[in-house]
Structures are given as C-alpha cells and as structure tokens.
Design a protein around this ligand. Sequence first.
Ligand SMILES: *Cc1c(COP(=O)(O)O)cnc(C)c1O
Length: 397
Amino acid sequence: MARRFSGSFTQQEPIPAEAIDAAVAVLQSGRLHRYNLTPGEAGEVALLEAEYRDWQGSDYCLALTSGGQAIQIALRACGVEPGDAILTNGFTLAPVPGAINAVGGKAVLVEIDENLRLDLDDLTTRVKASGARFLLLSHMRGHLCDMNRLMQICDAAQVTVIEDCAHTMGARWHGTRSGNFGKVACFSTQTYKHMNSGEGGFLTTNDPQLAARATILSGSYMLYGRHGAGPAPEDFDAARYEMPNCSARMDALRAAILRPQLGALDSNITRWNARYEVVERALKGHNRIATIALPEAEQHVGSSIQFRLPDFTADQCRATLDAAATRGVELKWFGAQEPKGFTSSHHSWRYVAAQDLPQTDRIMGTLFDMRLPLSFSEADCALIGELICESVSEVAA
Ligand SMILES: *Cc1c(COP(=O)(O)O)cnc(C)c1O
C-alpha cells in the first residue's frame, strides 16, 4: 500500500497566546468598534496601522475588512470610474476580477509566463491596444515579475499601478518590499495568507491625498483624526465631501490578534521558506516536474508551492490529483473545466468579457498548486515532496 500523509492542508497554526489575551481584553472592554475609544486611548486598530506602516516602510496604512475591499477602495481612490479599462493578470484569484467588477471597471487580462509572472511583452502590447490607465498587478502565488521593468513600462505609458500583495506580504524585489513599487498596495490577513485574523486587509501608499480618499471610502465618517497612520487633516479637505462611505473598517478584535502576529512575521517567513525549499528540492529531482524559477532579485515567501507537468495531458493531470489525494496530499489543478474551491480560470469569470489568452491557458492546463501551512514540519514537507513524485511517476508509467 502507498505511503500516506495524514496532515491537513487547511490547518493553520493556533493564534499566539499573547494575541488571544489581547483579544480577550478587547472583548472585556466592550469597545470593539475602531472609533469607540476612551479619552487618550489610541485603540488596537490605530496601533496596528502604525506598526504595519513602519514594518512595510510606507508613509500611510489603512486597516480594512478584507483584501478584496482593500483592492476595491484602492481602485476608487486612484480615480477609477465606471467603464474604465483595468489591466490585470489572466491568472489570479477571483477577488481580483471581482474588485474590478465592483467598481464598474472593464478587466483587460494580460498573459502570464511559464513562471506564473505577468508577461511583460504582452503587457506592453495590451497597454497600447487598450489605452488603459490602470494596472491591478496581482503578485500571484508570491511570484514577483521584474518590477523595475514593469514600472518602466507603466510609467512610460502613464499607467497607475495598484499592487495586489495578498501573496507577497514580506517579499522583496532587489531589496524593495513588494507593495512599495506602485501607487498603492493591498494586503490580506485572511486565514490562508501571511497573518490570520479570519478576514482583514491593509492598504498602504505614500500619497497623502490617496490615503485620505481611501480612509473616507473605508467608512471613517469624520473621525479620521483617530487613525494611526493616516495623512494630515488638511489632506482631507476635498476627500471628506467627495468620497462615499463604503463601510469596510477593521475592528479592534481583529487588530488585537494581528499585532502580535506582525511581530512574528519575519521569523514565520523564514519558516515558510525552509518548508518551501524542502518540497522544491524533492520536486526538482523528478524529470517530469517543472518547478517555478525564483529569480535572484526576488526574496520570495514560500507559503505555497506551484509546479507544472508540461508534457501531461488533462487526463494525466486529473489522475495525478487523484494519485496524490490517495496519498493524503491535497493538490489543486488549474486546468479543470469547472471552478473548484478557491481555484478558477478566467473562463469562469463570466462577468468579465471573454478574452483570448492562449499562453495562459496552456500554462494553467498543467499547473498545480499546494499550500504549505506552518503547521507542517520540515519532515512533513519532505514526505509530501516524495509523495508528489511518486504520484507523478505512477501516472507517467
Ligand atoms: C486572498 C486574495 C485576495 C483577497 O483577499 P481577501 O482578504 O480574501 O478578500 C486578493 N488577491 C489574491 C491573489 C488573493 O489570493
């Protein structure tokens, strides 16, 4: 009988004891709303915003209810109007086209390359063809494209870059943190990302007027003076009248459990990367498996791992999923006709005008993905790597 892994791919580590204590203190206070403060009290949300701003190295930070809301608010704060064309990755998670749809934008999908990054030649072509003034760049599965070249292309064409950093919190390109390249960046603290508050998100920027617009959009009423990492009062002169309230504030309970997690983020990044390397090493040893190249300039955060089986048919890919599942290894495959769980292809986003992406379709057709929760030990990861290789060999035989 085949060896089997018995761990859970959706089980995160427990919330740290310090965070649980902070959450209990918030509950005991009864003051869960971010603006429900006693005189002189900063509040957990404002403190978290200041700490995240400092960690990220941005000028401003706004805490929100989700990464998806952060993207919607970022798009509106950048001046997206209904009908505007917005470039984005042909391969990303549904909240990305969802946010474009929510603000009335028209998604213009861009091809990805074999290493899952935006194809910058295709980007150049589609910038010209579409006349789009915005790029919502999804650093999908943590893979940063050549950010210097990307910014050159976008700056030359006066395209505003909004970074979706849901998978790159803590990653860097040539030493610069992901999120500090574009006009504004969005992060998620949803359970499966790099910090866990169930749901939650951040928006960061260095533009004070944009930060003011985002703050009013988040539903700050006229209480923006109570923020921890917001712009000066005069930056709100226009925004306070012009921006609608979209009610997407983070609450004190979530902020309380995130603050201690931020303190552990750097060491957790090291732990993820150790796990990633163990699995990657195993996969690299198999001649049918193509791993994803990690460029020298990128400091990656390996909270998930992807690989391709370039010469497999769809039937063989499906059989690989089953062979891995038999061994307790939960893989996701992006080549299925029907959207499943968290995965979908652009063909399933029927609210987006159908687009031709032959290269993306070919790559996604043999693409697999797997989470690497920190609840797995490095020994678990070594076993998982071997079991994936066994599964691929069994199907190839
Ligand atoms: C999770 C995710 C988001 C949005 O995050 P939520 O907090 O779940 O709204 C955006 N983009 C990508 C690529 C994601 O994986």
